[in-house]
Design a protein around this ligand. Structure first.
Ligand code: M6R
Length: 604
């Protein structure tokens, strides 16, 4: 978590540091800060809370530096406060950090024993002290930096400023992302290309363990052994224009509306509309004997939907596991399996660790990722892209539906490769899948119908979501969406599980949101709704027109477009997103930056 930026500029850089931090604020927003070298001395400005607080501070107290670093924080060690905000300073050194220094406690104890004074509760402050100590021993800045790095364990991306060095920023990455950007006589380092988007699209990705020194002459990159290395420069697509809200109130609202395009672009990587064929570039599923999906949060629910299709369509045994559990339980996987990570960011620490665990055991790895420049994309054997564009709202929407769209396509391709369907059936399924963007757009058009239901849900303390089949993961996703942005407690259950315990929660104060298209399972779910209504429960049913006609008396219906079961998870995702969004707006919640969360979870 946390976003970092460093600039060696030809003109004052405060405004540009802030501009970059705004693009990185999705990574954390507990505090923000910048530091720069002014007349040979380090100055810093820090503020608790959102970036706007730092901006206000800079209006009153500007900083006139041409070299500097900046940070937007998601707190790990030390409460959100100015004292714990980055940059952290020790002697001649200022540091911003994304990650966790695992051995900070013994390092801190040793530094205190040497007489050093600490002013924060962060793990980061030890890094500043270590570099400062090495400088004091007479090392020049880059050598002092390397000597400090050699003492650290844990995960980090760092940007470092040294007093007296008015044209030098140093950076390092191990386990957390960091890129270098090349400008016209100016150089940049930052968490990702998006953060550097306003300044340059000429990007160098550092390898894990690399460290770098940037100055007006360019970048000197070193590997973890201190050997000078060249890393390739890439021109990344100009993503900066895509991160504006436009006329929408929130990024989440915009991203919900982006979904038809996101789905269309994603499908173009897998489905040929002329031949109605579906491909899985880089993988022949006929040669795969087991699929192991690993992911976190919303991405894991996309994986659960994928499992239904890989098993039912392609007959491919498929497991889905939350990456944070998978990585520590010695799964019995053998070569012949394909490990598939699903991740919007491609940086989620647990998912990345699960992938590396598989790779180390000789298992082929693939990643379904939205960020083509991410660590996962660069480390796996095969990349399956989603083309959702940058997703800024912390609550995942278009990344989720793009993941589901890609998984449906891959399952069709797998079914064909494994001889489970013929070319005619492949063409029929491909045609159905290509209808998804239009039907997603139709589902968004009905947005206003949700208003009165959202008002009821906004009053609830607890909400239950129910679904069967592929609608069960959607129930889990609906509950996650609601709780993360509106802070209402919500749980998702398989509708058939209701009688095994959760039905005890049913009362008139607890809305039950049932996701049930008019498919083969509708009647079973309808019985569950009747059981709830008989116990005084209030049911909101998300269904299509046929389902509405067969719904038990007394349910409140949210209409979704009728669609084939193949694409129902895509179409029915929209109303659950809209409900969560509208409830959060009604509650006045911070929709795009909900409390305690960050978009990209790069710590365990
Ligand atoms: O970047 P990733 O897809 O790996 O992120 C995984 C989860 O952290 C993410 O889906 C999270 O659950 C979202 N905030 C949910 O809206």
């Amino acid at each position: 978590m946390c976003g970092i930026i460093g600039i060696v500029g030809l003109a004052p850089i405060s405004a540009r540091l802030v501009e970059s931090l705004r693009r990185l604020e999705y990574r954390g927003y507990d505090s923000a800060g910048i530091a720069g070298v002014v007349d040979g001395r380090i100055e810093r400005r820090r503020a608790e809370g959102k970036l706007r607080n730092l901006e206000a501070l800079l209006v009153d107290n500007p900083m006139n530096a041409t070299v500097g670093i900046g940070h937007t924080r998601w707190a790990t060690h030390g409460a959100p406060s100015v004292r714990n905000a980055h940059p952290q300073l020790a002697g001649k050194v200022a540091v911003v950090h994304n990650g966790i220094i695992e051995n900070f406690a013994p390092l801190k104890a040793a530094l205190i024993a040497e007489g050093r004074h600490f002013e924060s509760d962060t793990d980061t402050e030890v890094v500043a002290h270590l570099i400062d100590r090495e400088l004091g021993l007479g090392l020049e800045p880059v050598a002092a930096f390397k000597a400090a790095l050699d003492q650290l364990t844990g995960a980090y991306a760092l940007a470092v400023l040294v007093q007296g060095e008015d044209a030098l920023v140093m950076g390092a990455r191990r386990g957390s992302p960091l890129v270098v950007g090349e400008g016209q006589g100016e150089m940049f380092i930052g968490t990702d290309a998006l953060g550097l988007g306003p300044f340059t699209n000429r990007i160098i990705h550092l390898d894990d363990g690399d460290y770098v020194a940037i100055d007006h002459a360019g970048a000197r990159v070193f590997d973890r052994d201190g050997i000078r290395v060249e890393r390739p420069l890439r021109i990344v697509p100009a993503a900066s224009a895509l991160v504006e809200k436009g006329n929408y109130r929130h990024f989440m609202e915009k991203e919900i509306h982006d979904q038809p395009d996101a789905c269309r672009h994603t499908l173009s990587a897998y489905v040929d509309p002329i031949t109605s064929t579906v491909s899985s570039p880089g993988v022949d599923f006929a040669a795969v004997d087991r699929l192991q999906i690993v992911a976190c949060g919303t991405a894991s629910y996309a994986g659960m939907i994928g499992r239904y299709l890989f098993e039912s369509l392609a007959g491919l045994p498929t497991e889905v596991e939350i990456a944070s559990e998978f990585r520590y339980r010695e799964p019995a996987l053998r070569p012949g399996a394909l490990a598939l990570a699903i991740s919007q960011s491609g940086e989620t620490a647990d998912t990345l660790a699960a992938l590396r665990w598989c790779k180390a055991r000789g298992i082929t790895t693939a990643a379904l990722v939205n960020s083509s420049e991410s660590t996962m994309a660069r480390e796996v054997d095969v990349v399956f892209p989603t083309h959702a564009g940058p997703e800024i709202g912390v609550a995942s929407t278009k990344a989720f539906t793009s993941q589901v769209a890609a998984l449906i396509a891959l399952a069709i391709a797998a079914a064909r490769q494994r001889g489970r369907i013929d070319a005619g059936e492949e063409a029929r399924l491909a045609t159905l899948l290509l209808e998804a963007p239009r039907l997603i757009a139709e589902a968004i058009v009905d947005e206003t119908l949700i208003g009165s239901i959202a008002q009821e849900i906004a009053k609830a303390r607890d909400v239950l979501y129910l679904g069967r089949g592929a609608m069960y993961p959607l129930a889990l996703e609906g509950a996650l969406k609601l709780k993360e942005i509106s802070y209402i407690h919500a749980e998702g259950y398989a509708a058939g599980e209701l009688k095994h315990g959760p039905i005890a929660l049913v009362d008139e104060a607890t809305p039950i949101i049932v996701i049930a298209p008019s498919d083969a399972l509708f009647d079973k779910t309808s019985s569950n709704m009747s059981e709830v209504i008989a116990r005084g429960g209030r049911v909101v049913l998300i269904t299509d027109a046929v389902g509405a006609g067969h719904a038990p008396e007394g349910v409140n219906v949210v209409l979704a477009p009728a669609c084939d079961p193949l694409i129902a998870p895509l179409v029915f995702a929209v109303p659950i997103q809209l409900i969560a969004y509208q409830v959060a707006v009604l509650k006045g919640a911070d929709v795009d930056q909900p409390r305690n969360l960050a978009k990209s979870v790069t710590v365990e």
